[in-house]
Design a protein around this ligand. Structure first.
Ligand SMILES: *[C@@H]1O[C@H](CO)[C@@H](O)[C@H](O)[C@H]1NC(C)=O
Ligand SMILES: *[C@@H]1O[C@H](CO)[C@@H](O)[C@H](O)[C@H]1NC(C)=O
Length: 430
């Protein structure tokens, strides 16, 4: 309601007032002349015209016809003052605008200097390419010296697979690390959230990292369900990035069939597998919203993309990546939310009033190479052509009977059992 005061109503009020002023002036002039004729010797008193305006400089004498000159003078003074006022207002607006731009410019310039180092000239048409590859952070060993030592041994080219596990997922973890070993991937690490998992890993020569047992957040790790552990993983991941490593964050309901590090572009902050199942849903499309009552404009175009899977993504150690992890853990710590939804919102929502978007760069991984279980069970296993290709990984994210489907995937792709996938329904039964 307050905003109305500056709206069109105000302008029409002003117009009305000005035409009233003009009318009053005209009446005053007529009266003045009439009185001058009737009382040529000036036997009367001066009458300030309060009705014109309350402003004192508009009060004047009607002692003679000369007043009309004075009126027009005052009128032009009024108009001049009015114009000057408007000009001043405009100047103030311009100045505050310039100030704001200057502040933004300073802010952006600082960020740009941080990112690029120097300004560039534009090249010719068609040659201009923006960068989505942010510089990596300076490794900070003090963030976690013990982990830094482990990573020195485990990582290859400063990158590695990381999975969090507690004993709730023990059986899947075994299938998971067996598949990694089979492919011959050396750079992977299990973050053991309880003693049983730590022992399992040591027993199987699986690189393992145990968090500081005195650290409060490990209670979540030991006792937490799937979603609680998901929140924890963003906090733990941060330390890896602070130490300057790229991480392929991996759930344990995943079977590795090739080395994933041979398939990343390393040009974005985040490269993620998708929950999409075809080119459109995986890579984005124009989803037209139809509202027939709008007639001529019934079709509204919307941008749509199936979410990134927060259980399998490759993240580079950059400032936007670390900010992403911080934003997600912060939001997860403040209330009930699904980590995958939060992860996607932070990655995709642009800046808008009251919100600064993250604008991290991102790349959707090939959904046939980094395959979700919907693509496998609804399409690929039934397609004579597609079923011959070996994906890089298969993530049993769409099905609750994870362990049996993981084993079937191994049977099919590793042991060549052609009917290993046949017995499963497309979706789950409930
Ligand atoms: C009006 O006229 C009187 C006498 O002629 C003068 O004293 C007075 O100052 C005038 N007022 C204005 C506002 O000009
Ligand atoms: C999907 O996209 C790929 C390239 O990303 C293209 O080669 C392929 O033909 C597309 N498939 C369909 C069905 O459009």
């Amino acid at each position: 309601m307050g905003g109305r005061r500056d709206g069109p109503l105000m302008r029409s009020n002003e117009k009305g007032r000005r035409s009233r002023i003009a009318a009053a002036i005209a009446i005053g002039v007529v009266f003045g002349c009439v009185f001058a004729l009737l009382y040529p010797h000036g036997l009367f008193v001066s009458t300030p015209l309060h009705s014109i305006a309350s402003k004192s400089y508009l009060q004047f004498n009607l002692s003679s016809c000369e007043s009309s000159e004075r009126i027009s003078m005052l009128k032009s003074e009024y108009v001049a003052a009015y114009k000057k006022n408007a000009e001043l207002k405009k100047q103030i607006q311009e100045l505050t605008g310039k100030l704001r731009l200057a502040e933004q410019g300073k802010d952006n310039a600082q960020k740009q200097v941080l990112v690029l180092g120097e300004q560039q000239k534009t090249g010719p048409f068609g040659t201009v390419k923006s960068s989505r590859t942010n510089p990596t952070v300076v490794p900070d060993v003090s963030a976690n010296p013990r982990l830094a030592k482990i990573l020195e041994k485990v990582a290859v080219n400063r990158e590695l697979i990381v999975a969090l596990a507690n004993s709730n997922v023990k059986n899947m973890l075994e299938v998971w690390f067996s598949s990694i070993k089979r492919v011959g991937i050396p750079n992977y690490l299990v973050v053991a959230l309880d003693e049983e998992i730590a022992n399992l890993c040591r027993h199987n020569n699986v690189p393992v990292y145990e968090r500081d047992p005195d650290n409060g957040i490990d209670l979540v790790g030991r006792t937490g369900g799937n979603h609680a552990v998901s929140g924890l993983k963003f906090q733990i991941l941060r330390e890896f990035l602070q130490l300057g490593y790229s991480v392929l964050l991996s759930d344990v309901d995943i079977v590795y069939l090739q080395n994933p590090f041979e398939h990343f572009h390393r040009d974005s902050d985040v490269e993620s597998m998708t929950d999409g199942h075809d080119n459109r849903t995986a890579y984005g499309y124009d989803d037209v919203f139809d509202e027939p009552s709008m007639g001529w404009a019934r079709y509204a175009h919307t941008m749509r993309i199936w979410v990134y899977n927060s259980g399998f993504f490759y993240i580079r150690p950059t400032i936007p990546s670390i900010e992403l992890l911080d934003r997600v853990s912060d939001r997860l710590s403040r209330g009930k939310a699904w980590d995958q939804a939060v992860f996607n919102e932070e990655l995709f929502f642009p800046s808008h009033p009251g919100y600064d978007g993250l604008h991290a760069s991102r790349r959707t991984l090939d959904f046939y190479l980094f395959m979700n279980s919907k693509v496998l069970f609804k399409k690929v296993r039934k397609d004579a052509h597609l079923s011959k290709f070996k994906p890089v990984i298969i993530h049993i994210n769409y099905h609750p009977d994870k362990l049996s489907r993981m084993k079937a995937v191994v049977e099919y792709y590793v042991n060549g059992k052609q009917d290993a996938l046949k017995s499963f329904p497309d979706g789950s039964d409930w």
